[in-house]
Design a protein around this ligand. Structure first.
Ligand code: FE2
Ligand code: FE2
Length: 254
């Protein structure tokens, strides 16, 4: 299999340095990461050879000291996501809303894209606020209980949602929705490029939006591509073990 036919998600997981390359070319490695690299480049009308050259260069560069999240417990990973990325979203969205209001008040009459960006950002804030709460109140605590139960040799914890794949499917769908709203903001802002002679607030607003997108991509990558597949696998392993115990119990009785 060549790098062109591998999915963007696989490349991001195996080579963390590739994430910077994908960010630079605007290639989605989290929500849209299931596409092969060739397809992702074609969708963005990007020269694939340039991306491959950049990926090869990134592979030669000493990697940043990055945590290998596949070696950490799921409880640790959930804690990291909440403390780092959820805290960032909660801190940054109100700041961006304040900047949006200032920029719209001053330049909205001559820049029709600004009220669109402001409204899209407000919708993103509303959706993400609910999304983070669902993860923190329902999904992440369940994953931690599941991991603890398996470590202690206990039974799979009870839940109101059937298997963990159900809330994960819902969260993944909400990630796609957030990704689409970010796409609107990215396009309306011309890839976060302020007009010439824009004021410092305009620059601060677009810089903040760009950073917000980068952080949300890392956040969703950790959930979609690391946490969720591992949680589904863990639950399946606990179900297989419970079935084996039941089968053993039945044969011992006979
Ligand atoms: Fe999250
Ligand atoms: Fe999420």
């Amino acid at each position: 299999m060549t790098i062109a036919t591998r999915t963007v998600r696989e490349i991001a997981l195996e080579q963390p340095g590739s994430i910077r390359v994908f960010e630079r070319f605007g290639i989605d490695y989290c929500c849209g990461g299931r596409k092969p690299l060739s397809e992702a480049c074609a969708a963005k009308e990007i020269e694939m050879d340039a991306v491959i050259d950049a990926l090869e260069a990134a592979a030669q560069t000493p990697a940043e000291v990055a945590d290998d999240w596949n070696l950490k417990s799921l409880t640790h990973l959930c804690g990291h996501i909440v403390a780092t990325h959820h805290a960032y979203v909660r801190r940054e969205l109100p700041r961006l809303a304040t900047l949006a209001e200032k920029v719209v008040n001053r330049h909205g009459a001559t820049r029709p894209e600004l009220p669109i960006i402001q409204a899209t950002l407000a919708r993103l804030e509303e959706e993400l606020t609910q999304h983070l709460a669902k993860e923190e109140v329902v999904l992440f605590p369940y994953i931690s209980r599941l991991e603890r139960a398996i470590a202690d040799g206990g039974e799979k914890p009870a839940s109101c949602f059937g298997t963990v794949a159900n809330p994960i499917a819902m969260m993944t769908q909400e990630h796609d929705g957030a990704g689409m709203l970010l796409d609107v903001i990215r396009k309306q802002s011309q890839q976060y490029t302020p007009p010439e002679a824009a004021c410092p607030t305009y620059h601060a607003f677009y810089d903040g939006l760009r950073e917000f997108e980068q952080d949300l991509h890392k956040h969703i990558h950790l959930e979609n591509n690391v946490l969720f597949p591992r949680a589904i696998k863990l639950e399946a392993s606990s179900e297989n073990r419970d079935m084996a115990v039941e089968a053993c119990g039945a044969s011992c009785v006979q």
